[in-house]
Design a protein around this ligand. Structure first.
Ligand code: AMP
Ligand code: MG
Length: 531
């Protein structure tokens, strides 16, 4: 097509009509109902097992209980360097009244099988890790003895009473043969690998990882590494969903970004269905004219779409389908909606098929200091930053929309507002479900617009062990579609940036920049006195 040809008036009107055509969701169901419908039809049992070498077993899930094949330690073992002896021979020993015991003609180093029995009145020199010889029932530390070389037979003086069993690890005291060493469903970490190796095992039966196809959709999407063109945005959903699949115990199979084209989408979906256990798409699931994903899904075969439209914010256009036995989920395109609904609907399925138990949600109580309006009829999840205050935790809504990548990635957690509430009143107590691993709440939360000086301050604080989070408020519109310049950029951005960084660095080590607190609205935690 000639790129320079101007579209006719009729063509413009027609494309506006098509863009404005918005179907309605046939049936919007609650999140609980969506989950019930989906889970009722799904196979959730762990996949079959496979054997993997220990070196490749990290983070895999044990498929069947592992029974210890040997005792560990495999023999009674000395815990210190010293002498193996009979405890009864030391009765009455003390600093001024040593007991003299003669040395056997043997030294038991590690890995040496003892040849001589320890008879009454004798001792055998033994190293840490050595096999306790027959007859001995204790070890005395070398520090509590004195070597006597003048006697006809070499001997030692023992200066303290020794109790039976002292400094001996008995065979099987660490791991007993026949005991259940590791249970199925355990995710293997370095500690589990150590236990398996201690029993001499070289491989372990683990649950196969569910293969999860990850497809992004949209003409505007550009893969990271490629130059951005006007109107283009980087495909962040593909990367975050693939990583979240791996965190949930699955193996992500990346399909990249597919254009908004019915046949391209259908081809990619069919390939994904044929080669993967679960298929996850993002984007194109609203009911607008350009949203094709659900239309293509409805042609892929039965049982087909189980849910399309959930009374949930973020995440209303979520589409849950089953094609044959393979679950296919179309997540909303907005990055925060996509990853939020992934964790709510897809991650539990990936975990179940990977053999992992249901993830326990970690929640904390917090006060929300501001009023939060909410849409009636939709259960709303509000992403928050947590900060410790003198009267407990305070949860600040991050205030970023579901189109923001950082809304989810930088939040500490979220709380829910009931579908029947139109707002949450200021100073309400809520339960915040934490996101990510148990990081402690930040010591300082800075709310406000961006300033590179703050990056310097936050970095310097981090190096002193103080966790500060900078949470941006919604910024102003860019002018003429151009990216907005940083604040304080009067001259060329590069030179200005440098000057600003120099100014900020000069403040570090003295006090906070004058006016910075007012500008950014510093919210200091209970650790503020330490700052
Ligand atoms: P859609 O659901 O396709 O209408 O997309 C909604 C919004 O999410 C649009 O602004 C898209 O550009 C954006 N979006 C869709 N897919 C992705 C993706 N893979 N990565 C980042 N943003 C996306
Ligand atoms: Mg799209």
């Amino acid at each position: 097509m000639n790129q320079d040809a101007k579209p006719t008036r009729a063509a413009i009107v027609d494309s506006i009509r098509r863009a404005a055509r918005q179907e309605q969701f046939l049936e919007v169901v609650s999140a609980a109902e969506a989950r019930r419908r989906f889970e009722a039809r799904l196979e959730r049992a762990p996949l079959a097992s496979e054997s993997v070498p220990l070196a490749a077993a990290l983070s895999r899930v044990i498929a069947a209980d592992v029974i210890a094949p040997i005792d560990t330690p495999p023999f009674d073992r000395a815990n210190v360097d010293g002498f193996a002896l009979r405890a009864a021979d030391t009765l009455g020993a003390g600093p001024g009244t040593p007991k003299r015991l003669t040395l056997n003609r043997e030294v038991i180093a590690c890995g040496v099988a003892p040849a001589l029995e320890v008879a009454s009145g004798t001792v055998t020199a033994i190293a840490t890790g050595g096999v306790i010889p027959r007859g001995a029932d204790a070890v005395v530390m070398i520090e509590h003895t004195e070597l006597i070389e003048d006697d006809a037979v070499p001997a030692i003086d023992v200066h303290r009473v020794v109790t039976s069993g002292q400094f001996i690890s008995y065979a099987g005291s660490d791991i007993a043969r026949g005991e259940t060493l590791l249970r199925r469903g355990t995710q293997i970490g370095s500690r589990e690998i150590g236990m398996l190796a201690a029993c001499g095992l070289t491989s372990v039966e683990v649950v196969q990882r569910p293969r999860v196809a990850v497809l992004s959709t949209g003409d505007e999407l550009i893969q990271p590494g490629q130059p951005l063109r006007p109107g283009g945005i980087y495909d962040s959903n593909g990367a975050i969903i693939a990583a979240a699949v791996a965190e949930a115990g699955g193996e992500a199979v990346p399909f990249g970004a597919i254009a908004d084209d019915q046949s391209a989408l259908e081809g990619a979906m069919r390939t994904a269905l044929a080669s993967c256990d679960i298929v996850v798409l993002s984007g194109g699931t609203s009911k607008g004219a350009g949203d094709l994903s659900h239309q293509v899904v409805s042609r892929l075969g039965g049982p087909g779409i189980l849910v399309h439209g959930v009374a949930l914010k973020p995440g209303k256009p979520l589409c849950l389908a089953l094609i044959g036995k393979t679950p296919l989920i179309v997540l909303p395109g907005f990055p925060t909606s996509a990853i939020f609904t992934f964790h709510a609907f897809v991650a539990p399925l990936v975990r179940a098929r990977a053999g992992l138990p249901i993830e326990a949600a970690h929640a904390v109580a917090a006060r929300v200091p501001v009023r939060v309006p909410s849409e009636l009829g939709r259960e709303e999840f509000v992403l928050v930053s947590l900060v410790g205050a003198d009267d407990g935790l305070v949860a600040f809504p991050t205030g970023k929309g579901s189109g923001a990548v950082t809304a989810f990635s930088q939040a500490d957690g979220f709380f829910a507002i009931d579908a029947l509430a139109s707002a949450l009143d200021a100073d309400s107590q809520v339960e915040v479900t934490l996101i990510g691993k148990s990081e402690r709440a930040p010591d300082l939360v800075i709310m406000g617009s961006h300033d590179i000086a703050l990056d310097v301050v936050v970095g310097a604080l981090a190096e002193r062990g103080i966790r500060a989070h900078h949470r941006r408020r919604q910024s102003r519109r860019s002018e003429c579609g151009k990216p907005r310049r940083m604040r304080y950029c009067a001259g060329t951005p590069g030179r200005c940036r440098e000057r600003r960084l120099q100014q900020a660095s000069a403040y570090i080590g003295t006090s906070a920049p004058p006016g910075l607190a007012a500008h950014a609205g510093l919210c200091l935690s209970s650790r503020r006195r330490a700052l």
